[in-house]
Design a protein around this ligand. Sequence first.
Ligand SMILES: Cc1cc2nc3c(=O)[nH]c(=O)nc-3n(C[C@H](O)[C@H](O)[C@H](O)COP(=O)(O)OP(=O)(O)OC[C@H]3O[C@@H](n4cnc5c(N)ncnc54)[C@H](O)[C@@H]3O)c2cc1C
Length: 235
Amino acid sequence: MKTKVAIIGAGLGGLACAIALRKQGFEVQVYEQAKDFRPVGGGLALFPNGLNFLELIEPDIVEEIKNSGCCLQKIVIKNIAGETISSSLTQDLTNWAEPIRNIIKNTPSDNIFEVPICDRSPLNSWSQGRVTLLGDAAHPMSPSMGQGANTAFEDAWVLTQCLVRFSNIEEAFNEYEKERMERTKIMQIKSAEGEKNQWRTTKKTQPQPPKTRKLDSSFTDWLYQYQPFLKISNV
Ligand SMILES: Cc1cc2nc3c(=O)[nH]c(=O)nc-3n(C[C@H](O)[C@H](O)[C@H](O)COP(=O)(O)OP(=O)(O)OC[C@H]3O[C@@H](n4cnc5c(N)ncnc54)[C@H](O)[C@@H]3O)c2cc1C
């Protein structure tokens, strides 16, 4: 009999996990609250760790992603109608980089969505009984390292592997948490620190331009060259 899995949320992590599980023969049902697809106007930066896990979930997808894009030589910012946004200064963002000021100035206010950046202190457990968490539900992080989706892809693949290797669900979730919690905890903390540094304000209402982010090479190796299952015991 095929093991049935219900996934709540057809976001990046949920869908990646659904694909990975179906490939392993699980019967997967995805439940999504949204009634339709709508553009959110956001781009997604994929880093080597996220791409490696997408490739594990769907071989050759990285080549497809690369072929549908191109190497960046320069950035031209356009509005949703494809028009290049022209130059003009805004009074209260004079210290910000020009493209940012232009975007804000030239975007109709109806198209600007203001949403708070929310994170949360790392949890001590993601699982209860036959339910576990992945992606933002497990480890929401502020966007300074651009790792929210990338780590959701890591989760999706690792969780699938744990469910394949361990027929006992509690054991599978234990191994999943052992493999994932420490890494994502570090990322949550580093991302929060990065956010504070980037958006620190010196005057009451005057945001300062983001500082150049510096990550040392041992940290970037740890971040981008993540190899899972080094700690997962053989079964
Ligand atoms: C503007 C923007 C830019 C970003 N850029 C990057 C980036 O460059 N790189 C990066 O790695 N990350 C980025 N992120 C973060 C990334 O999008 C998230 O970390 C990632 O989407 C998390 O995946 P998820 O599946 O956990 O959650 P989501 O993708 O948010 O999916 C959750 C889904 O669950 C659904 N849902 C919620 N509650 C219920 C319910 N009760 N029943 C049914 N369905 C439910 C929601 O409708 C949603 O579809 C960005 C986020 C934003 C908003």
